[in-house]
Write a protein of this length. Structure first.
Length: 370
């Protein structure tokens, strides 16, 4: 009997201890939940706070420039890039200048920190060399001076001799390199560059050497307007800016670069399809995307509001620059030899070619930008 009573008391004691332990665990858990609850509520209020709003970017319409705000703490604005209707602040001495994106473009012009200093007429030049296209356009070319022409074409053929003689004695002749290694001789229309092939010849070392020529592309920002205004004043640029190609420009470019161009007689607007064709050839020559378009003239209005209160001078400078590219042919040693000894003369329009891009840059005295 004594043993039974002992066991019952032991069980009751153990049950009491278990209840105490469970109650302690519950109270600790409750305190943790009570502490975490306000934090969770606070976090939720931050996530749905009406102060934080998000808006979709709106594409710019014609004649409209949209500011792209990329705020940088403790960085000094040196200007604004205006490209495709988007105005992007450019900061001095920082990666925000997008130099990685400028590998194929010119560096941004930089104004002096002192507004009394001279305003540069242009920024630094970015230079690159590309391969010439597949066509060389000549005022005349003496095909009988090619040296190994007898191994290239059946010159004992009266027909072939007549063709070569006719091309040699005439103006506006072209040589076009084919993907299979052959070359086409023929005549071209100087107004449209439309080609009329006369004969095809096999590979020739002298002919191949002509196409070792290259094209130098110099790209830079050129000043189109500037002004000095009081610290509390607004610098405003508003004038017509022309960019793109006319048909006449494109023909001059094709002659210089050795490109095909699909235009009709009469000049005027450069067709969109021809722009795409020209752009594709530029991209192939320089191994990165280069785009040209038909000529347009738009009134561009750009401004910089008053300088910040902390700006140290009583005036600041604003200047607008336009991106330009100048292309120049570098004849190969063989072509230069032929040009020197009178074997050939290039079309006199095949000297250099300039393209004015629609990209603009608004430079301001460092520290005066807002």
């Amino acid at each position: 009997m004594f043993i039974i009573c002992y066991i019952v008391n032991l069980i009751n004691y153990l049950l009491s201890e278990i209840k105490t332990i469970i109650r302690g665990i519950f109270m600790k858990t409750y305190k943790k939940l009570a502490t975490l609850a306000p934090i969770a509520v606070l976090s939720t209020s931050i996530l749905v706070s009406p102060v934080m709003t998000f808006a979709a970017e709106k594409s710019p319409t014609e004649g409209q420039t949209i500011q792209k705000n990329v705020a940088q703490q403790n960085h000094i604005i040196q200007g604004y890039l205006i490209k495709n209707g988007i105005k992007t602040p450019i900061y001095k001495g920082d990666s925000i200048t997008d130099q990685a994106e400028q590998t194929s473009d010119a560096p941004y012009p930089q104004l002096s920190s002192n507004p009394n200093d001279a305003i540069p007429n242009a920024g630094a030049t970015h230079t690159e060399n590309g391969n010439i296209g597949s066509i060389l356009y000549f005022q005349h070319f003496n095909f009988f001076k090619l040296g190994d022409i007898k191994n290239t074409v059946e010159t004992d053929s009266a027909e072939n001799l007549g063709v070569l003689m006719g091309l040699t004695m005439s103006s506006n002749v072209y040589i076009e390199k084919q993907d299979n290694g052959t070359f086409i001789f023929g005549k071209y229309d100087p107004l449209t560059l439309q080609k009329k092939p006369s004969m095809t010849v096999n590979s020739n070392d002298n002919l191949k050497s002509l196409f070792d020529s290259t094209i130098t592309r110099d790209t830079f920002f050129s000043k189109v307007g500037s002004g000095v205004v009081p610290k509390n004043g607004t610098y405003t640029f508003s004038q017509a800016v022309t960019s793109g190609l006319t048909t006449s420009d494109a023909i001059g470019g094709a002659l210089t670069l050795g490109y095909k161009v699909s235009v009709t007689e009469g000049g005027g607007i450069f067709p969109a399809a021809a722009s795409e064709e020209f752009s594709a050839q530029l991209t192939a020559s320089y191994n990165h995307t280069i785009t040209v378009s038909s000529q347009v003239t738009n009134t561009q209005t750009l401004s910089n509001p008053k300088a910040p209160d902390g700006y140290q001078y009583d005036k600041y400078v604003g200047a607008v620059y336009q991106l330009k590219s100048i292309y120049k042919m570098n004849p190969s040693s063989k072509l230069n030899e032929f040009l020197t000894n009178g074997t050939a003369n290039l079309d006199n329009r095949a000297q250099s070619f300039q393209y004015d891009d629609s990209t603009l840059y608004l430079a301001v005295t460092p520290g005066a930008g807002n």
